[in-house]
Design a protein around this ligand. Structure first.
Ligand code: NAD
Length: 338
């Protein structure tokens, strides 16, 4: 029988807030990350609990219902709002689309809840945000969390959905040394490389710079693979040359946009560009890079051009916006320039 929301919440209240972790944002990345964290730490522990929350309550319910069946001794529950998550748990992990959702979840729900906590110390609350968002927004939210008496770090990830499933993500952490040490054992359950990049916002700064490189590289790999074929080259031969030469990079050796150019591998292009990292998310990250670069007065001639290409794809071929960003190859392939 499907447990009711009220029944789940009542059950969860019997465990103290300090022994409870809430995961908010169960999307393509968050669902897998939450599963790794839950299965490695909470599935067999009767004295602690795991709480999930998503803007789509059905997603949180599905997560909760399937894993409570699989792990009957686990304390797992779902809530419908981040406010309820903050009431129940002193550890809060968020994995949301971008800046507006992080502002809404923290400023609209979690921070006001921390300010109202009576009998429980907000100092115990530790927030980890793994969203890729604007550096300044992240710093401001972390500072507001700190003013409410709690601690927050930015810990965006690299490694994609496959890394989230395998628990091999890289976490790029921005925060104090002490908060990095607090986060390490939690993040290690979802990732393999946990890197302290510096104070608040530094994890995001590193993530945005990395994706700036990636966004540009994926386009130029698509250009080279297209040009090579029009010059008569077999794509597998060309990919093998690039990957054993100075042009080799992740975009060519793992995420090559041409089907069957990487024998033994199956990049998103071999699944009609499904899965992987959505073009719309890459556009968001290129926008984050160009916005912050403008504020810092840093020139990004290639980054801006790449952002404009992703923006054109999303506008003119919206069917590619949810496809992997290597589908830029398909966009270029359909263009004829004489
Ligand atoms: P997604 O859109 O699949 O998931 C976001 C989830 O957040 C959704 O389930 C949505 O319902 C939920 N959500 C939105 N607003 C909410 C709110 N107010 N309260 C509660 N839940 C809310 O996105 P994703 O692919 O999982 O990516 C999440 C973040 O990770 C993004 O910042 C993205 O840039 C970054 N990232 C993604 C990848 C990837 O390969 N997908 C790789 C690295 C980093």
């Amino acid at each position: 029988m499907r447990p009711t929301f009220r029944a789940m919440q009542v059950a969860s209240r019997s465990i103290s807030r300090s022994k409870s972790t809430s995961f908010i944002g169960l999307g393509r990345m968050g669902y897998q990350m939450a599963y790794n964290l839950f299965s490695k730490k909470y599935a067999q522990a009767s004295d602690s609990q795991f709480v999930v929350c998503d803007a789509n309550p059905e997603t949180a319910h599905t997560f909760c219902a399937s894993f409570s069946t699989q792990y009957p001794s686990a304390n797992i529950s779902f809530v419908e709002t981040p406010e309820q998550a903050a009431i129940l748990s002193s550890n809060i992990i968020t994995m949301l689309p971008s800046s507006p959702q992080v502002k809404s979840v923290y400023n609209g729900s979690i921070i006001p809840t921390l300010q109202k906590l009576h009998g429980e110390s907000p100092q115990e609350t530790f927030c980890i945000d793994s969203t890729t968002l604007d550096v300044d927004v992240a710093r401001t939210v972390a500072s507001d969390v700190s003013k409410a008496g709690a601690t927050m770090i930015d810990a965006p990830v690299s490694g994609g959905v496959a890394g989230a499933m395998a628990g091999t993500l890289s976490f790029l952490v921005g925060g104090t040394e002490e908060s990095f040490k607090m986060a390490f054992p939690i993040l290690s359950l979802m990732g393999q490389r946990i890197i302290h990049c510096g104070p608040s916002g530094s994890g995001l700064a590193a993530k945005i710079c990395n994706n700036l490189v990636l966004g540009v590289e994926q386009i130029v790999v698509a250009e080279a693979m297209l040009l090579g074929q029009r010059l008569g080259l077999d794509p597998a031969v060309l990919a093998s040359v690039i990957n054993s030469s100075t042009g080799g990079c992740w975009a060519s050796s793992v995420n090559n946009p041409v089907p069957f150019s990487l024998p033994g591998k199956s990049p998103p292009c071999e699944r009609d560009y499904d899965g992987g990292f959505a073009t719309s998310l890459m556009l968001k990250d290129m926008g984050l890079a160009s916005n912050v670069a403008e504020k810092e007065g840093t020139p990004l001639p290639l980054g801006t051009a790449a952002r404009d290409i992703y923006a054109t794809i999303v506008e003119k071929q919206p069917e590619l916006s949810t496809k992997d960003f290597s589908s830029v190859y398909r966009y270029l392939e359909q263009r004829v320039e004489k």
